[in-house]
Design a protein around this ligand. Structure first.
Ligand SMILES: CC1=C(/C=C/C(C)=C\C=C\C(C)=C\C=C\C=C(C)\C=C\C=O)C(C)(C)CCC1
Ligand SMILES: [Fe+2]
Length: 558
């Protein structure tokens, strides 16, 4: 019997489903008591009993090096337990107008017992919830119960093809029992670990790049509601991980791996049916370029075709390949296509310099004096056309930082796409990348400026030397300057901007992030959107794995 002291901050409901406990037999100790509820300030220091479970020589053990231990970044370690919920003690002041829920999704479990996954993007999804209510902050996390996760828990081995991991054929066949499935989309994962969106009708859906990996959750309990089934017959295996979601529509791109091209589709709130807006054929290469995200303007869908292209063989290959599911084809050219949202017609298709991006920031139309669009500006987090960032995100590299500056340079890549029929578009840095330490990814903007002219972007930048973006940066695209926030030795996740209700200035609001600190712990962070100064933080009961993307669900007016 061991005991640890938790600060009064944590009034926990600690729940350990048998699957988790079985999986991590030698893992973290179990909280055996359920702590009282009440204002944290009113609670005494709580002594929580923990019992270490007997170590067994089962195939599934949480390996010592994978554990979230003090003094080691929790960002690259598996989540400690399947779920937790409680109130956090807030240092500083959360603005009283900030009422609602920030949900953040990401890969949080990178091992099945002593079997360790290779890549950041392989982990089974962990959804985290920060609920803000009248200055108070409630926190929770939970595993998403995808088929891939449930099968791994049940069979104690990986059963579906993840980003860089593939099951041994006998694992999947034993699970699904059909030879044909191994070579079809059925063996691909539904591990919805990449993002989370609230649809216009209030349903909350976790996403990854497989269409089958669209999973509805309950935003209050984080419970998995079930698979989000699309009722149309559009078929296909993959879609962009980042649909554009507003109160009135859900837009996404479906890459066509058979006849290389992209179909843009729209789904209306209250329905599960995607309708085709239009299609564009690829201009180069054997397969469509990877389209993790794409931007829109008021009237157009911008379809990027990057030379980092899907590779159908790699999707079904058992052995890891250098670029995972992709191949680099610089000779195939790089293009940007512009599709009219109303008619589906292609109004521009230009060749651009080579680029590598996961995340578009925003796009807008530049207009002439008659209000006619003359060109499109589209901004993205651009990795200097260098694919090495994918390998840098392997867990072994992330976990082995020894002070060398190994993070490849990135910039805000600004495309200018002429709408006058010119064959070429431009791509340049929107500001000197030194402003943000030459690190640039995981961006957000004020959503009121989606598809519109905008001035500010929030992202993760770098303070070098580093092996991963380690700052939060606020970029002023007009002054071409950045304000940077940094906690030495820490790793912050996507800075998410939430506008103050009634605000008239673009940066009037807060920026929410979650930070893994150098001591193995972590905290929720709230920065002022305008000054970019810290206004509040709240320590988590333990450090969390790195998360990818979130969404804000404002408190509904009663
Ligand atoms: C890509 C395919 C799949 C899986 C994709 C997944 C699970 C996630 C992709 C996440 C990305 C691209 C995140 C990017 C983050 C960038 C960072 C943090 C950069 C920092 C550098 O500065 C499936 C689902 C396996 C299917 C096939 C295709
Ligand atoms: Fe993403």
């Amino acid at each position: 019997m061991a005991s640890i002291l938790f600060s009064p901050a944590f009034q926990a409901t600690a729940i350990f489903p048998s699957t988790w406990s079985e999986l991590n037999r030698s893992g973290p100790p179990r909280l055996s008591s359920i702590l009282p509820r009440g204002r944290p300030q009113e609670l005494e220091s709580l002594k929580v009993s923990v019992e270490a479970e007997p170590r067994v020589t089962a195939p599934l053990q949480l390996v010592e090096t994978e554990r979230c231990v003090d003094g080691k970044l929790a960002a690259w370690t598996s989540i400690r337990q399947e779920r937790w919920e409680g109130e956090l003690v807030v240092e500083g002041e959360i603005p009283l107008w900030l009422n609602g829920t920030y949900l953040r999704n990401g890969p949080g479990l990178w091992n099945i017992g002593d079997y360790n996954f290779r890549h950041l993007f392989d982990g089974y999804a962990t959804i985290v919830r920060l609920h803000f209510e009248n200055g108070r902050l409630f926190f929770g996390h939970r595993q998403i119960e995808s088929e891939a996760y449930k099968a791994a828990m049940k069979n104690k081995r990986i059963c579906y093809r993840e980003f860089s991991e593939a099951p041994r054929p006998d694992s999947f066949l034993a699970y699904v029992g059909e030879l044909a499935s191994f070579f079809s989309g059925a063996s691909l994962t539904d591990n919805a670990n990449t993002g989370v969106v609230e649809l216009g009708d209030g349903r909350v859906v976790c996403l990854t790049e497989t269409i089958k990996g669209s999973i509805q959750i309950n935003p209050h309990t984080l419970e998995t509601v079930g698979k989000f089934e699309y009722t149309d017959n559009l078929g296909g295996l993959i879609h962009s991980a980042h649909p554009i979601v507003t109160e009135t529509e859900f837009l996404t791109l479906l890459p066509d791996l058979v006849r290389p091209g992209y179909t843009a589709v729209r789904m209306e709130p209250g329905t599960n049916e995607r309708k085709v807006i239009g299609r564009v054929n690829c201009r180069g290469g054997p397969a469509p370029g990877w389209v993790h995200s794409f931007p829109v303007t008021e009237h157009y869908v911008v379809v990027p075709e990057m030379p980092l292209r899907y590779c159908a063989q790699n999707l079904f290959r058992a052995e890891p390949t250098p670029l995972e599911k992709f191949e680099w084809h610089p000779e195939s050219g790089s293009y940007v296509h512009v599709m009219c949202k109303a008619s589906g017609k292609i109004v521009a298709s230009v060749e651009v310099p080579p680029f590598v991006t996961f995340h578009f920031i925003n796009a807008y139309e530049e207009k002439d004096e008659n209000g006619r669009a003359t060109s499109i500006i589209a901004d993205c987090c651009e990795h200097n056309a260098d694919t090495t960032i994918l390998a840098k995100l392997r867990l072994q590299n992330l976990r082995s930082f020894a002070g060398q500056d190994v993070l490849p340079d990135a910039r805000v890549g600004r495309f200018r796409i002429p709408l006058d029929g010119s064959p070429e578009g431009e791509l340049e840095a929107a500001l000197d990348p030194e402003e943000h330490g030459r690190g640039m990814d995981m961006c957000s903007i004020n959503q009121a400026h989606l598809g519109q002219k905008y001035r500010y972007a929030y992202a993760c930048g770098a303070q070098r030397p580093c092996n991963f973006p380690n700052t939060l940066t606020k970029i002023d695209l007009v002054k071409k300057k950045a304000k940077n926030w940094h906690d030495e030795g820490g790793v912050p996740s996507e800075p998410f901007f939430v506008a103050r209700p009634g605000a008239t200035e673009e940066d009037d609001g807060v920026v929410i992030s979650m930070v893994s600190d150098k001591n193995g712990g972590g905290y929720a962070l709230v920065l002022d959107g305008s000054t970019f100064e810290e206004i509040a933080r709240a320590k988590f009961p333990y450090g969390l794995p790195y998360g990818l993307h979130g969404c804000w669900i404002p408190k509904k007016a009663s």
